[in-house]
Design a protein around this ligand. Structure first.
Ligand code: ZN
Length: 132
């Protein structure tokens, strides 16, 4: 069974954008750098899920390229799965293109894998398995 883990939003600056959500009663839970993805992330819990603000740490970051091409805004949705390798294998069987062959270390110590938007009807999909 999958659940919505978070919604990723590309921002130029977490500090500048967090205020909007804080004005709506959300709170930044903590800011973490994920060197492997070239991003700094801030999670804001909302109900059973979270918003994830993604700020690039350098021009080579995939999020920096997204900002350059499309500007800030919705970036991906993340589904939490119980077994990420099993989920990846099922998607490959379905003909989906994964952005990595092996799960990568994401924020919060999670294992993550992205699915190419070409395979999903235009949605960049992240799979996540909790690290504990
Ligand atoms: Zn994410």
């Amino acid at each position: 069974m999958s659940e919505l883990d978070h919604i990723g939003i590309a921002v130029e600056s977490i500090a500048e954008r967090a205020g909007l959500y804080e004005a709506l009663g959300l709170q930044v839970e903590g800011v973490e750098e994920v060197p492997k993805q070239g991003v700094r992330v801030a999670f804001l819990p909302i109900g059973d899920t979270r918003l994830e603000l993604l700020e690039p740490t350098g021009p080579e970051s995939p999020v920096a390229r997204h900002l350059a091409r499309r500007g800030p805004g919705l970036h991906h949705i993340c589904l939490r799965v119980p077994d990420i390798r099993a989920a990846m294998a099922r998607l490959v069987e379905e003909g989906c293109q994964l952005l990595s062959e092996e799960p990568q270390l994401g924020a919060d110590g999670c294992l993550v894998c992205f699915v190419h938007p070409k395979s999903t009807g235009g949605v960049l999909l992240e799979l996540s398995q909790s690290g504990d």
